[in-house]
Design a protein around this ligand. Structure first.
Ligand code: GH3
Ligand code: MG
Ligand code: MG
Ligand code: MG
Length: 323
């Protein structure tokens, strides 16, 4: 129809003016008891390339949040079962939605609620009746802000990962590992916790590199990392301490279980199955381990001690560990 054509042309103009191509493909969830209102908003937003899901009840929307996260939530202020105010409060308690803007639809008569709504964490509102232009502008500006926060978090995560981990194995790098050790060691002194530390170094690793090449050496480092990650607890903190030297903190470790830890690590290396040129490459490690309790040990001493024990294991024939 003519009206529809005009509407499309009108929306196209707005789309061009506010250059919303960067929000096309975003998802908006609308929750509203009023079907006509929902449909009007849905059509406007769809025409800008936003994907729209509609819910007639907040409970439905909440259920869907378990598997998906939208880029904006648009809710009517007055709904039968749960109103927009309650919904806002509930949504704002979910950490996974902290960047997701909440936009409230309300009639002009209800504008006095807006202060409270904003206090409870709604990001914006639209007073009814509203124009297509206003709806698009408010929705897009809120989505844009959300995307900026998402990007910022992503960048921070990447930078943090780069600064704290080793790119080959994904393990903590030496600097970050030492910070963790400092923390665990401090807590041990303060709260009387105990912990263990083990340092291990691959035996005759230079031979593996020389015989099979550096790439195969790298693969051994990666496979050993995987194997050891599987054999220790999630709460244990592993770092790549040097080239083929690794270190791990075992927080809350009992002294009596230290030998079991050492055996587990030795076995993880022995059980590695890496084949090259039809032959299995044998991998063994030598380990030094210490048990720490109650006292805030000097960090340098801890490292010196595990290092000494590890070298003793090397000079005693390798493929063994000393505590
Ligand atoms: P030992 O049993 O006494 O520890 O003998 P080793 O040959 O393992 O000891 P050495 O320290 O002489 O050699 C370590 C080798 O590890 C030398 C170095 O080139 C290699 N290396 C260090 N980092 C990497 C890495 O990221 N990838 C590979 N492929 N090799 C590495
Ligand atoms: Mg060495
Ligand atoms: Mg070595
Ligand atoms: Mg070494």
């Amino acid at each position: 129809s003519k009206v529809n054509e005009d509407f499309v042309k009108y929306v196209d103009e707005i789309v061009e003016i506010i250059s919303i191509s960067d929000i096309s493909g975003s998802s908006a969830w609308i929750v509203d008891n009023d079907i006509a209102e929902t449909q009007f908003l849905e059509n406007i937003l769809k025409s800008t390339g936003i994907t729209v899901s509609t819910f007639s009840e907040p409970s439905e929307l909440l259920k869907n949040l378990k598997n998906n996260t939208p880029d904006i939530i648009i809710a009517d202020l007055f709904m039968k079962k749960m109103d927009g105010m309650e919904l806002t409060k509930e949504l704002r308690h979910k950490n996974s939605l902290k960047n997701v803007p909440i936009l409230i639809l309300a009639s002009s008569r209800e504008s006095s609620f807006m202060r409270t709504l904003l206090l409870h964490g709604a990001n914006d509102y639209i007073l009814k009746p509203f124009s297509a232009e206003e709806a698009i502008l408010r929705v897009t500006s809120n989505i844009k802000t959300k995307k900026l926060y998402d990007d910022l978090e992503e960048t921070n995560r990447e930078l943090f990962k780069k600064a704290t981990t080793d790119s080959l194995t994904g393990l903590y790098n030496r600097r970050f590992f030492m910070e963790q050790l400092e923390h665990v060691n401090y807590n041990a002194g303060r709260y009387g916790h105990s912990f263990g530390v083990a340092l291990w170094d691959i035996d005759h690793f230079k031979n593996i590199n020389d015989r099979h090449g550096h790439d195969v050496g790298d693969r051994v480092l990666i496979k050993l990392t995987e194997a050891i990650k599987h054999s220790v607890r999630k709460s244990d903190i592993i770092g790549r301490f040097g080239g083929e030297e690794f270190i791990c903190i075992f927080p809350g470790q009992k002294e009596a279980d230290m030998p079991a830890i050492v055996s587990k690590l030795l076995e993880a290396a022995r059980d590695l199955y890496i084949k090259e040129g039809g032959k299995q490459i044998p991998v063994t490690i030598s380990i030094g381990a210490v048990f720490c309790k109650n006292t805030s040990e000097n960090l340098d001493n801890i490292i010196k001690n595990v290092d000494k024990l590890m070298y003793r294991a090397k000079s005693d024939g390798r493929n063994k560990g000393y505590i």
